[in-house]
Write a protein that binds this ligand. Sequence first.
Ligand SMILES: *[C@@H]1O[C@H](CO)[C@@H](O)[C@H](O)[C@H]1NC(C)=O
Ligand SMILES: *[C@@H]1O[C@H](CO)[C@@H](O)[C@H](O)[C@H]1NC(C)=O
Ligand SMILES: *[C@@H]1O[C@H](CO)[C@@H](O)[C@H](O)[C@H]1NC(C)=O
Ligand SMILES: *[C@@H]1O[C@H](CO)[C@@H](O)[C@H](O)[C@H]1NC(C)=O
Ligand SMILES: *[C@@H]1O[C@H](CO)[C@@H](O)[C@H](O)[C@H]1NC(C)=O
Ligand SMILES: *[C@@H]1O[C@H](CO)[C@@H](O)[C@H](O)[C@H]1NC(C)=O
Ligand SMILES: [Cu+2]
Length: 648
Amino acid sequence: MRSPISTLWALLPILAHTVAAAPGAAQKALTFEPAGDAGISAQMMFLGSKTKVYILDKTENNPTQINGKYGTHPAWAVEYDINTQQVRTMDVFSNTFCACGAVMANGTWAVFGGNQPVTTGGVATNQLAAYSDMTGGTAIRMLTPSDDGQSEYVQGEVTLDITKDTGGYLQMTGKRWYPTVETLPDGSLIVIGGDKNGGYVNTAGQDNPTYEFFPPNSQGAVHLQLLSDTLPINLYPLVWLMPSGQLFIQSGAKSYLYDYNSQQTTNLPDMPYAARVYPASAATAMLPLTPENNYDPTILFCGGSNVTQWGNDGGPGYNVTAMPADASCVRFAPNQPGAQYENDDWMMEGRSMGQFVILPDDTFFHVNGVAMGTAGYGDQKYSVGESFGQDPIYMPTIYNPNAPAGARWNRTGLSPSPNERMYHSTAVLLPDGSVLISGSNPNADFTNNQWRSRTDVERWYPWYYDNTRPTYTGRPESLSYGGNYFNLTLDTTDETAVNNTKVVILRGGFNTHAIAFGQRSLHLKTSYTIDRNSNTATLHVSQMPGTNGPNIFQPGPALIFVVQNGVPSEGEFVMIGTGELGTQPTAANQELPASTVIPLPNEASSSSTAGTTGSIDSHKNSGAVSLGGFAPAVLVTLGLALAPVLLM
Ligand SMILES: *[C@@H]1O[C@H](CO)[C@@H](O)[C@H](O)[C@H]1NC(C)=O
Ligand SMILES: *[C@@H]1O[C@H](CO)[C@@H](O)[C@H](O)[C@H]1NC(C)=O
Ligand SMILES: *[C@@H]1O[C@H](CO)[C@@H](O)[C@H](O)[C@H]1NC(C)=O
Ligand SMILES: *[C@@H]1O[C@H](CO)[C@@H](O)[C@H](O)[C@H]1NC(C)=O
Ligand SMILES: *[C@@H]1O[C@H](CO)[C@@H](O)[C@H](O)[C@H]1NC(C)=O
Ligand SMILES: *[C@@H]1O[C@H](CO)[C@@H](O)[C@H](O)[C@H]1NC(C)=O
Ligand SMILES: [Cu+2]
C-alpha cells in the first residue's frame, strides 16, 4: 500500500506539469506568425548561435543597402536576431548565388561558390557598376557566429578585376555554382561538384566534376566520374556521410557509395519514380539516428519531379510549369547489405521544393514548395513571371517516421501559411523548437511582380510550443565520442515521464534550395535513477557513440534537447567533439547503470527480502544498459515480484 505521503509525492510532478502558459499568452501551437523582415530574400539560412540566424541572398537589388568594403551596394547578407526580429546587414562582396555551406568542428561556418558578378537583371558583367559584387564562383567566406552582434564574414581579398579572386587560401580550385558541402569526421569539409557559370541544369561544357577539401590539402581538385555520369541533373548532389566513413551520393537517377580515401565508387540501385536532386528538388532527410536503430542511417526522399527531359542550361525547353510535381516517397538504408529503395507512404499531394525540418520530437515538419513545375527560373514564354514552378502549396504536413506505414503523413490541426514559399525559400529549426521560414524569389533580380521577391520572415510553432517545457540541470558544454556517461537532474520524478525522456542532439544544417545540408538528429542512450527519498530523478546519459562516432554525427556545434513525452526543453548549443579540426579521439562508451527506482523506506522493506539494498525495480531500456551485476533472470523475477508493491 502506498502511504499518503508517497501519494502526494507522486502528484507533485503532475501538478508541476499542468501549470498553464503565462496568463494572456496567446496560444501559438500549429500556427504561422509574421516574424519581421530580413530586408533580403533568404535564399540560404543557418542557425549560428542561440539568438542569431544568418541569412544569405544572391547579388540583387534588395531594398536594404550596405556601405561595403568595395562600395555601397544592396545587402545580400544579414544577421537576424531571433528575439528582437531585427537584422544587421553584413558585407559579403562576392556573388553568393546558389552557394553551399557547412559548419566545421571548431564552430566556424564556411560558404562556398556562387556565380559570376552580375548587374541589373542578373546579367553577367565584368564591371563594378551597379552592384559592386565580385566573382563568387571560386569564393569562400567564413563566419564564426556569436550572440554579440560582432561577427563578420572573413573573405578572400579581391583585386578590382572583379572576375578574379586573388584570395589565395580563401578560394577554391575552380568555379562551383551549386556545389554540395558535407562535414567530414575530422570536422573539415568536402566540397563536391557544381558548374561554372550557372543555368537550369548542368552541361558537360561547364561541369566541374571534381571535389576538393577545406581547409585545402595537396590533392587539390580530385576527379569524380560519377558527377559526369549523372549529367545533366548533378547539381547539389545529395550527399550524406555514412558510419563506414564513405559518402552516400544520390545524383541524377543514380546512387553510390564513394570512399574518398581510396577513391573507390560502389554502385547502388537507381532511384525509382522521380528525380530528387535539383531542379526536381525533393524533400530529403536522414531519419533520426537512435540506439534502437543502432545508429544505422535511413534516408527519406519525398516528391520532386518525374520530368524526363531536362533541357539544358538555357531552360527546360518546354512548358515545365504544366508538369505536376511528384508525390512518391521512398526510404533507403545505404549501409544495409543488398539495400533497395523501399516505398514509404506517399505524400498527400505532389510537391517540388518541399523542405523537411527535423523537430526534436522526431517528426519532420514539411513545408514550402509548389505543386507544378520545378525549381529554377528564366525568361521563357511558359514561365509564370520568371518562375519554372507554379501553384504554391501553402499547407504544411507532418511526417512521422515512427508511425506505422499508412499513417506517417498527418496534417491534423494544421493551417496554411498565407505566404507562398517557392524557389529560393528556406526553413530552419530554432532553439525553442519552432521553425523560421523566409525567402521565395524565383527571379533574376529583386522584383515586386509575380512571383515577387519575398523578404518577410515567418515562424511556425509545433504542437508542443505552448506546453510547459521540461527543464533540467547538469548540461555539459561538450560531448565526447565515447567515454564516461554524465547525469542530468530532471524536474519530475514521475516514472512514466522519466522513462519517456530522450536526449536529442540536433544540427539544423545549412539550408538552401529545399535541402538542409548537414541536417542530422541523434538520440543519446539513457537510463535513470529515481530516488523517492530525496525525490530526485537523475537521467544517466551516454556520450556520443564511440564506435564510428565522428562518422555517425560529425564534430562541431549542435543543439541538445531533453525531450519528455515528446515535449522538448529549450535547445542549447553543445560542442560535439574537441572543438577543433583533426582526428577526434574515440573511446568505448561507459555502460549506463540499469534504470532504478529507490523506494521510500517502508516500500524498501520488501526489497531487503530479495537481498538488495534499496536498488530495486530495475528497468532495462536499452541494449547497452548494464545489468549492475545481476543476472537478467534474477532482475526479471525481482521486477515482477515487486511490481505490485511499487505500482499500487
Ligand atoms: C576554424 O578552422 C578554420 C580552418 O582551419 C580556421 O580558418 C578558423 O579560423 C577556425 N575558427 C576558429 C574560431 O578558430
Ligand atoms: C509521373 O507523375 C505523374 C503525375 O503525378 C503521374 O501521373 C505519372 O504516372 C508519373 N510517371 C511515372 C513514370 O512515375
Ligand atoms: C503552361 O502550362 C500552364 C499549366 O497548364 C498553362 O497555364 C500555361 O498557359 C502554359 N503556358 C504556355 C506558354 O503554354
Ligand atoms: C496526427 O499527429 C498528431 C500529433 O502528433 C496526433 O495527435 C494525431 O493522432 C495524428 N493523427 C493521425 C490521423 O494520425
Ligand atoms: C551519476 O549518478 C550515479 C547514480 O545516481 C552515480 O553513481 C554517479 O557517480 C553519477 N555520475 C556523475 C558523473 O555524477
Ligand atoms: C519504459 O519505456 C519502455 C519503452 O517504451 C517500456 O518498454 C518500459 O515498459 C517502460 N518502463 C516503465 C517502468 O515504464
Ligand atoms: Cu538557385
